[in-house]
Write a protein that binds this ligand. Structure first.
Ligand code: ATP
Ligand code: MG
Length: 296
């Protein structure tokens, strides 16, 4: 089978691992840069080209669409899906995951607990808004932040006002969120593939840092999930229709709260900390969803 990895770079760790595992399982890896596609629709016809030529057949696709190319990348993925090529994750789920508040809305609608969060765009009632999420300390998060950048710790209403004013004047969209003190700079990342938790690890922030992002110097350690945590992770991936997803959870005094769903979870941290072959599970899933007799 020809399994496509939709990725800008074949040398990225996660892409490299997927290519390796595709070969190991006897399939052919096809790395496709989402920005090299063009899509033509109209007059009842649809066509997708790669490097200006008609795309050669692929049996399924594993999207690894980076945050900077979400829109173009999901347009390409949507077209591939429309043309009958199964994807390990739904394009809409990827779009939703890239907007922090939209993601929290979908999770909440699906009965999954998230930290109290408020979407506001009104400089007058900041104090009230902060009260609604339980009072300071709170976090201000850019809706499109990534790798811990765009998450600001706020310990007074005054700091919130000036920070919000600045960000709003720059045209940034943001949310205010309750700070879950009990999580003490740690979170749990779980990777769900095909409706099952494949691997998990705990990320522990470095001293003096509340953000447990690996890019911010956090370390990973193995963790055994409770049944509740497993169930929450699986339901979160399903809520966004993601066959492959990284679910970030905080352990709070009233149970687990999901802070984020990642549509292209990095494989390096999780494979290292858990010693589990996550790439293989993704490739098995990509082979499982292949449909018979689809030709484009
Ligand atoms: N409500 C919260 N209470 C306490 N700590 C939090 C809370 N939200 C986030 N954190 C900490 O901050 C880190 C970064 O937050 P978050 O995951 O929302 O943004 P991000 O990492 O920038 O986004 P992405 O994972 O898409 O790169 C988390 O890993 C977690 O350690
Ligand atoms: Mg995160």
């Amino acid at each position: 089978m020809r399994i496509a990895v939709l990725s800008r770079k074949r040398t990225l760790y996660s892409s490299k691992r997927l290519i390796e595992e595709i070969k190991k399982s006897g399939h052919v890896p096809v790395v496709l840069d989402p920005l090299n596609f063009d899509i033509i629709v109209g007059n009842g016809a649809q066509q997708i080209n790669y490097s200006r030529k008609k795309l050669k057949h692929v049996d399924s696709v594993i999207p690894r669409i980076g945050a900077s190319v979400t829109r173009y990348g999901t347009s390409v993925l949507r077209q591939l899906v429309y043309m009958g090529i199964p994807s390990t994750s739904a394009p809409l789920g990827i779009t939703i995951a890239r907007d922090k508040f939209r993601c929290l809305q979908v999770l909440t609608k699906s009965g999954i607990n998230v930290p109290r969060s408020i979407l506001v765009r009104n400089p007058v009632n900041i104090e009230k808004a902060i009260k609604k999420v339980g009072g300071v300390p709170v976090l201000i998060k850019l809706l499109r932040g990534t790798q811990g950048v765009g998450v600001i710790y706020i310990d007074s209403v005054q700091a919130a006002s000036s920070t919000l004013e600045t960000l709003w004047s720059m045209g940034k969209q943001l949310l205010i969120q309750e700070f879950v003190v009990e999580s003490r700079g740690t979170d749990i990342r779980s990777v769900v593939v095909d409706g099952e938790v494949v691997a998990s690890f705990r990320r522990v922030a470095k001293i003096g840092e509340f953000r447990s992002n690996i890019h911010k110097g956090a370390i990973g350690e193995p963790v055994e999930l409770t049944e509740e945590q497993k169930d929450v992770a699986i339901r979160s991936a399903a809520a966004l229709d993601l066959g492959v997803a990284g679910i970030d959870m905080l352990e709070s005094s009233d149970g687990v709260k999901v802070i984020e769903v990642n549509a292209s979870p990095g494989l390096q941290g999780i494979e290292r900390a858990s010693q589990i072959n996550v790439a293989e599970a993704v490739v098995d899933f990509a082979a499982k969803i292949v449909k018979k007799n689809v030709r484009i």
